[in-house]
Ligand binder design. Structure first.
Ligand SMILES: Cc1cc2nc3c(=O)[nH]c(=O)nc-3n(C[C@H](O)[C@H](O)[C@H](O)COP(=O)(O)OP(=O)(O)OC[C@H]3O[C@@H](n4cnc5c(N)ncnc54)[C@H](O)[C@@H]3O)c2cc1C
Length: 416
C-alpha cells in the first residue's frame, strides 16, 4: 500500500483509557487538533476494572505518609459531581455518565486497631465525612461497632464514563490494528511521523506532540521508541468478585487500623445481577494467593467485615477472581505516586502520562496541557481527515466472561 499523505496535527494521544480520553477532551477544549489512538478496546486494562470511586483523600489520611497525597485529590469529588450534573466547568460533559452511588460508607470491625484507625481518620480529614445515626445506616452496616461515616465521594460506573467521553469525540477516537497498528518514524529520538493502520484505513500524521497514555502499554511504547521503560512501575492486585441476584448495591470501605481491609463497590452484569468488586488490602495481599485461596480468604474477610451478610441464604451466590496491575510512574519507594504524573521529553514534544488514580484524570489532563511545547495552543492546526477508521468498542466489565464458583463449594473448600 502506498504511504498515505502526511497530515499535520497538534497532538497524538496513544491509549484510550480514562487518561487518554480525558486528555483528548482537554486538548479539544483548548482548540487543538488531536486524535486518540486505541489498540484494543477503550479502557481495557485498568479503567474498565476501576472501582470508580472519586476519592477526596479520606482513605489516604488513614496513613500518616499519605497526608500530602490527600491534597491534590481533595477537589476531585466536587469537580466530577459538577461535570455529571452538567454544571458549566472546564471539563468533559459527563451528563450521560451513571453515578452508581453519591457517597461511600466507612465502617470498622471490632478490633482495637480499628478504633484507633477511625480516630486518626477523623482528625485529619479535609473531605468532611458525616457520622450517621444507626437508623440512617445501610442495613448491611446498621449494627457495625462504633461510628459509621458517610463520605461524599461519588462512585461512577466506569463504562458509562468511558462511553460519555468517547461519544463526545467520536470522530477523534480511532481503533488501530493492535499495538503494531501504530508505527513511529523517529529521528534523533524525536517522533517525526506517526503512521496509523486500522482495517483498510491508513493515515500518516506529523504531530507537534505525542502523549503516551497507554497504562501498562506505556512500557512497550517506551521500548519501541528506544527509551527507558523502567521509568514505569506496576503494582499488582488480585480482585475478588461476588455475584448474587439478591445482593444489595453497596459502596464502602471497612477500615481496620490504618488499612482499608476491604473496599466494596457494586455493578450489574448483563443479566441484571448485582456484582460486588472487592478491593482494598484484600486485593493487595491476594497477589500471593491462588484463586481458590483468594476466594476462601475473601469469604472469611466479608464475614468478619459484614457479619449480617448471610451468603448461605443466597442460592445463586458465586465467586470469581481476576488479576490486574496498576500501571504508574515509578517511585523510589515503589509505593503509589502522590499525584497524576507527566514526564516531559524533547521539550514537551513527547509526554508520558499516568493518572495514578481514575479520580485524578482531570489533573493529569491539565498537567499534559501545561507541559506541551509553547506555541501549540496559541497557534493550533486544522483538524485531520481520519475517514475510513473505525471507532473502538468500549471494554466489557471484568465480571463478564468469568468462571464462577458457587458459594456453597467455597464454604466447603475454605479452611475451618
Ligand atoms: C482494580 C482496580 C481498581 C481501581 N479503583 C480505582 C478507584 O476506585 N478510584 C480511582 O481513582 N482509581 C482506581 N484505580 C486506578 C485507575 O483505574 C487507574 O489509575 C486508571 O484507570 C488508569 O487509566 P489509564 O487510562 O492510564 O490506563 P488504562 O485504563 O490501563 O488504559 C490504557 C489504554 O491504552 C490502551 N493501550 C495499551 N497499549 C497500547 C498501545 N501500544 N497502543 C494504543 N493503545 C494502547 C489499552 O487498550 C487501554 O485502553 C483502580 C485500578 C484498578 C486496577
Amino acid at each position: 500500500m502506498p504511504e498515505s499523505r502526511s497530515q499535520p496535527i497538534d497532538l497524538v494521544v496513544v491509549g484510550g483509557g480514562i487518561a487518554g480520553l480525558w486528555i483528548l477532551d482537554a486538548a479539544n477544549r483548548v482548540g487543538l487538533s488531536a486524535v486518540c489512538v486505541e489498540a484494543a478496546k477503550l479502557g481495557s486494562g485498568q479503567s474498565i476494572c476501576a472501582q470508580g470511586i472519586i476519592h477526596g483523600g479520606l482513605k489516604y489520611t488513614l496513613k500518616e505518609r499519605d497526608l500530602t497525597a490527600a491534597g491534590p485529590i481533595r477537589e476531585m469529588p466536587s469537580l466530577w459531581s459538577d461535570l455529571a450534573s452538567g454544571e458549566p466547568k472546564n471539563g468533559p460533559d459527563l451528563r450521560s455518565a451513571v453515578i452508581s452511588s453519591p457517597c461511600t460508607w466507612l465502617w470498622r470491625t471490632d478490633s482495637l486497631a480499628s478504633r484507633l484507625g477511625m480516630l486518626g481518620a477523623k482528625a485529619a480529614l479535609r473531605t468532611r465525612p458525616s457520622t450517621v445515626a444507626a437508623e440512617q445506616r445501610p442495613l448491611l452496616i446498621r449494627d457495625a461497632p462504633g461510628v459509621v461515616l458517610r463520605v461524599d465521594e461519588p462512585v461512577f460506573d466506569t463504562r458509562s464514563v468511558l462511553e460519555a467521553l468517547a461519544t463526545s469525540h467520536a470522530s477523534r477516537v480511532v481503533k488501530v490494528d493492535g499495538p503494531e497498528g501504530i508505527e513511529f518514524a523517529s529521528q534523533g529520538g524525536e517522533v517525526k511521523r506517526v503512521i496509523l493502520r486500522g482495517g483498510n484505513a491508513e493515515a500518516t500524521l506529523v504531530p507537534r506532540a505525542v502523549v503516551l497514555a497507554a497504562g501498562a502499554g506505556n512500557e512497550g511504547l517506551l521500548s519501541r521508541l528506544g527509551l527507558d521503560a523502567s521509568i514505569a512501575q506496576r503494582r499488582p492486585l488480585h480482585m475478588t468478585l461476588l455475584r448474587a441476584s439478591s445482593l444489595p448495591e453497596f459502596h464502602g470501605h471497612c477500615v481496620d487500623g490504618n488499612r482499608t481491609r476491604v473496599t466494596i463497590t457494586s455493578g450489574r452484569d448483563a443479566g441484571g445481577r448485582v456484582v460486588w468488586q472487592l478491593g482494598g488490602d484484600l486485593a493487595e495481599s491476594g497477589v500471593n494467593r491462588d484463586p481458590a485461596a483468594q476466594i476462601a480468604f475473601a469469604a472469611a474477610e466479608l464475614q468478619a467485615s459484614l457479619p449480617s451478610l448471610n451468603l448461605s441464604e443466597r442460592a445463586d451466590a458465586a465467586w470469581s477472581t481476576y488479576r490486574i496491575d496498576r500501571a504508574e510512574r515509578r517511585t523510589r519507594s515503589g509505593l503509589r505516586p502522590d499525584d497524576a504524573e507527566v514526564l516531559s521529553l524533547q521539550q514537551g514534544r513527547l509526554l508520558v502520562a499516568w493518572p495514578t488514580k481514575w479520580a485524578l484524570a482531570p489533573r493529569l489532563a491539565a498537567a499534559v496541557l501545561a507541559a506541551l511545547p509553547p506555541g501549540i495552543i496559541t497557534d493550533p492546526t486544522p483538524p485531520v481527515d481520519l475517514a475510513g477508521f473505525r471507532p473502538p468498542e468500549i471494554a466489557t466489565f471484568p465480571w463478564e466472561n468469568q468462571t464462577w464458583i458457587s458459594h456453597h463449594d467455597v464454604r466447603s473448600a475454605a479452611p475451618a
